[in-house]
Design a protein around this ligand. Sequence first.
Ligand SMILES: *Cc1c(COP(=O)(O)O)cnc(C)c1O
Length: 406
Amino acid sequence: MIREMAESSMLRLPIYLDNNATTRCDPRVVEAMLPFFSEHFGNAASRNHSFGWKAAEAVEQARADVAGLIGADAREIVFTSGATECNNLAIKGVAGMYRRQGNHVVTVQTEHHAVLDPCRRLERDGFEVTFLPVDEFGRVSAEQVERAITERTILVSVMAANNEIGTLHPLAEIGRVCKTRKVLFHTDAAQATGKFPLDVESLGVDLLSISAHKMYGPKGVGALYVRRRNPHVRLEPMFDGGGHERGMRSGTLPVPIIVGLAAACRLSATEMQSESQRSKNLRDHLHAGLMNTVPDCTLNGHPTERLPGNLNMSFAGVHGEALLMAMKNVAVSSGSACTSASVEPSYVLRAIGVSDELAHSSLRFGIGRFNTEEEIEFTIAEVAGAVKRLRELNPKLARGLVDVVR
Ligand SMILES: *Cc1c(COP(=O)(O)O)cnc(C)c1O
């Protein structure tokens, strides 16, 4: 039945449904980048000739394009290698620059490792970090943030949208709390940029991390928004060097992929509304299709306050890893993280109160720009078939786990 579906149409297998991990570079983005590899290859810092001028002009246009997507000024954009570097620069950069004012940072248990690990490093360096718990949907409230802030707090870091379960945090409310308490507010927006409007003014954000490869741009480039007015945010740099990017990030700018990031920003600015609606429709279709065909499956995350293309579900009684193996034609992620020693259940699912058993039986579907309705139909059939087969293979485990759910 599954093979027939693939053959009768022109479905190309395997189907990519892991767009929260990375996205295909949009062909229009690739096209925009191409001239900057071997034609306009100058160093944007070369002031003495047209090769340098051409590169610098492209970089400044890119800076304006990225800024435009988030309501910022071009001078507030610092190009980096991606959201991991942005988060490190924001968190450690603020800590280094403001440590005389305080040594306390507030963040959330379900942040990406690229926020949690810099925070843990700060703890080893004598800082105190509050890792706020989340509710059953994966949200923190502005009240929680407010209660956590002390005289010693210099930074609050709360992600815009979670990469595993898609949950959105109430950024504007948190931004207001931070402004009132005069604490800097950083948000990791790697999953959110391009999916819904983000305006640094109305959100009260002081630092914002962007990654190109999560929004149909190239890998290896990102941008950090650093507020210049009310207040003027200063960062201790991670790299010492030529003083590029106003001294905050030294290193020759990778012009081709910066141009790619900008092209990705322009595309998502113009297509955001229709694209998000389309992703959401496909996601809702997948969700409804699975609920209708697979008994005992549950949604993880918030029912409405979530990313348009994200669906995280648990399938009681089957192991996520086994499920991944059983559905070779669809590329998704499981709710387990393979560490060198063992398979650990996702800390995000744990934080929203999902049992370890159910966390191990969960899958993350990430729907994006290039997915089609046909692919979603195929995926519903593929998952339903795989879950059924695995439950039949191990009915005792299946029954036991279903009992755990209930
Ligand atoms: C992907 C991701 C990152 C890391 O981004 P890179 O550009 O790959 O370094 C950080 N935070 C979130 C929420 C992400 O989804």
